[in-house]
Design a protein around this ligand. Structure first.
Ligand code: UDP
Ligand code: MG
Length: 309
């Protein structure tokens, strides 16, 4: 029989996990695969780990594995650990909070088997229950990254994705430290079928994403997949130099024709402040790339595993 690996990154999910496992034990009856569950406990501060151990006992007919990180390394690290340790012919990544509806899974498997695609991904069609300002920035993020990078990410796409072994292996070949999976899934290619679904609210617990964290993640995504911002600062610099040159000629001629009464404090301030801002912005952009390069060359591990069960 073929095998399916279900990868579930968990951070403070003590309340959601019982629902998730119960639902999976029901859904798995519609799946003609041997199922291996890989729960990655990402340094949870609540009882997630104990809950997982209890559930492993309670559902002892299910093949449940637990990977315990030494601290919180983030969802990206959790997903990577899951993919690395998966042994299935198919691998699916799911959130523990049931926002990635388990009932879609049988359909996803069917699509991979019949459709010659290597991956079935999901995206939510509505952003109901999300603050409007967050939706606005999320949309902007997708339109910007799709415009300036070579990848095309579907707006609203989730990490909920079923993949064949060869696609997982391709993803594992990308060993970068700063991982932006939404981009990596697209970058590796392979044909993907997208399924849409209505946004589901979390079954229990809270989202771990503050607005600030999302913004950082968005910048990470852009820096990881395109160097266009660097080029933009080059062009802004170039443009500014040309304008300044023209202005210099203007000031020179004006001084020749009308003399040079000391005036022009406001225009000077505006120019100085504007140029100062533009310079800092360019430095900041440069810094983003430099800091990423710095982290990459250190070649630190993505995560540390404390123990396994
Ligand atoms: N998660 C994780 N490590 C983290 C943050 C989140 O493993 O540092 C897991 C979390 O337990 C959940 C999934 O990633 O299974 C998605 O997190 P969340 O529901 O908070 O994100 P949202 O669905 O709101 O985008
Ligand atoms: Mg969630």
């Amino acid at each position: 029989m073929k095998k399916l690996t279900v990868v579930v990154p968990c951070y403070n999910e003590e309340k959601a996990l019982p629902f998730f496992i119960e639902e999976m034990s029901v859904q798995s009856k519609n799946i003609q695969y041997e199922i291996e569950y890989l729960f990655v406990n990402d340094g949870s501060k609540d009882k997630t780990f104990n809950v997982l151990l209890d559930l492993k006992q309670k559902y002892n007919h299910m093949d449940i594995h637990i990977i315990n990180f030494s601290r919180n390394f983030g969802k990206e690290a959790g997903m990577l650990a899951g993919l690395k340790n998966s042994t299935g012919d198919l691998v699916v990544i799911m959130d523990a909070d049931m926002q990635d509806p388990p009932f879609l899974l049988p359909k996803m498997i069917e699509l991979v088997e019949n459709n010659d695609v290597d991956s079935v991904a999901t995206y939510r069609v509505t952003r109901k229950g999300e603050p409007p300002i967050r939706s606005f920035f999320a949309r902007k993020f997708y339109s910007i990254i799709n415009k300036i990078s070579e990848i095309d990410i579907v707006d609203g796409s989730r990490d909920y994705r079923l993949m064949t072994r060869r696609m997982v292996d391709a993803i594992l070949e990308m060993s970068e430290y700063h991982r932006f999976s939404k981009g990596i899934f697209v970058w590796v290619g392979f044909s993907t079928k997208y399924l849409e679904y209505e946004n589901v609210e979390r079954v229990a617990g809270e989202t771990k994403w503050s607005f600030w964290k999302l913004l950082m993640y968005a910048i990470e995504g852009i820096v990881a997949f395109t160097t266009v911002p660097l080029r933009i600062s080059t062009f802004v610099g170039l443009f500014m130099s040309m304008v300044t040159l023209a202005y210099m000629v203007f000031v020179f001629i004006k001084a020749l024709l009308f003399g040079d009464p000391v005036a022009g404090y406001p225009s000077m301030m505006v120019i100085i402040l504007f140029l100062g801002g533009a310079q800092l912005l360019s430095l900041g952009i440069l810094g983003e790339y430099l800091s990423k390069t710095y982290m990459e060359v250190k070649k630190r591990p993505h995560y540390i595993i404390k123990d396994r069960y």
